[in-house]
Ligand binder design. Structure first.
Ligand code: DAH
Length: 361
């Protein structure tokens, strides 16, 4: 009797074992079959879905058989069964997507993708510095003014008190527009002073950035075009002290609170008295280095009180008003801030150079 019971148990075990072995083999075969499935239309995909994944489909039928699998093999067979279900679902989805994408060119566009790493451009270093200069003077009440780059002799030279035979008017310095001896490319932004004065009565307080042209051989230290910023303030009782104080504030905002300035007497046709302004070398802090030629000072701008002859030439009563003006090269200020050694770098459009200013943007 005992023997008999054992026999039955053994037979049952044997039978169950066969069931699970068969199932695994069947699943394996189905996995291969699913892998190779193809469909030419949405209807065919739907037919496949019904065959494998519907209530009466292949996967569900196997689920029913799964109940007969002995407990100790349920884990192994169950995992296989899950693999089959996932594979069937994935295949049906892939077939669906492939059909939906055919003929639709936007199908492989991922609209949720982030815009990065599409590189944004960087501002040009001269623009960065120009903006900074304009910003500092804006805070002091200067408003932006601009004038044309192609100018006439009057605004560039005559109204600015340049003598008829001044060397700056020479062909060597000035670009003339062919066939129009009176039309030139402006050689300084002081022409904008004249443009503003002829159209506005004081008080005038303007800051004028722009490009200027000079007939120079191109080298590391000179270029045939560069950039300047002009400042002009005209009102009653404007004095040289006002000028000095505003320039000190500018220098300290631009180069740091420890910056010192000094004014050296100079000459410009449009200002009287005139001066050139140095700042304490911002590389060595004024101790002396090769950059400042061991003087501790570097020149950054020209300035002075507007010559009464300039006020009169531009329609402003010099018995009532006084004013100051200043002008500086943006390349020069940029070199001081960023130590760009070669002026040509500014106009070569080498993105490796421009990208170095990413952090300053
Ligand atoms: N226009 C001069 C130049 O190009 C710079 C300059 C000097 C401008 C003195 C001024 C000034 O307004 O007062 O070199």
């Amino acid at each position: 009797m005992l023997f008999c019971t054992e026999m039955i148990t053994f037979a049952l075990f044997f039978k169950k074992n066969i069931i699970s072995k068969d199932m695994v083999a069947k699943i394996q075969q189905l996995l291969q079959e699913i892998d190779g499935l193809q469909a030419a239309s949405a209807e065919e995909v739907e037919a496949l879905r019904i065959k494998y994944l519907s209530k009466k489909g292949v996967v569900n039928a196997l689920m029913a058989d799964f109940r007969a699998v002995p407990v100790e093999q349920k884990k192994e067979v169950g995992m296989k069964l899950n693999e089959l279900k996932t594979a069937a679902q994935a295949k049906i989805n892939t077939l669906k997507e492939a059909l939906a994408g055919a003929g639709d060119t936007t199908a492989d566009l991922d609209l949720t993708r982030t815009a990065y790493p599409i590189g944004l451009g960087t501002r040009h270093p001269l623009t960065i510095v120009k903006n900074e200069i304009v910003d500092i003077f804006s805070r002091l009440g200067f408003i932006l003014a601009e004038g044309p780059e192609v100018e006439d002799d009057w605004h560039v030279y005559s109204s600015m008190n340049f003598a008829e035979d001044h060397p700056a008017r020479d062909m060597q310095d000035t670009f003339f527009v062919e066939a129009h001896p009176d039309i030139i490319l402006r050689s300084h932004t002081s022409s904008v002073q004249s443009r503003v004065m002829e159209s506005t009565q004081p008080p005038i307080r303007v800051i004028c950035p722009g490009r200027v042209y000079r007939n120079e051989a191109i080298s590391a230290r000179a270029h045939c075009f560069f950039h300047q910023v002009e400042g002009l303030y005209i009102d009653k009782d404007v004095s040289f002290t006002d000028l000095k104080q505003v320039l000190l504030l500018f220098a300290q905002e631009m180069f740091g609170a420890d910056t010192r300035i000094r004014l050296r007497p100079s000459y410009f046709p449009f200002t009287e008295p005139s001066a050139e302004m140095d700042i304490s070398c911002n590389i060595c802090g004024g101790k002396g280095c090769s950059f400042c030629k061991h003087t501790g000072w570097v020149e950054i701008l020209g300035c002075g009180m507007v010559d009464p002859a300039v006020l009169e030439a531009n329609g402003i009563d010099s018995t009532v008003y006084t004013g100051y003006a200043f002008g500086m090269g943006i390349e020069r200020i940029t070199n001081l801030k960023y130590q760009v050694k070669d002026l040509r770098m500014f106009s070569e459009n080498d993105t490796r150079f421009l990208e170095e200013f990413e952090a300053a943007n």
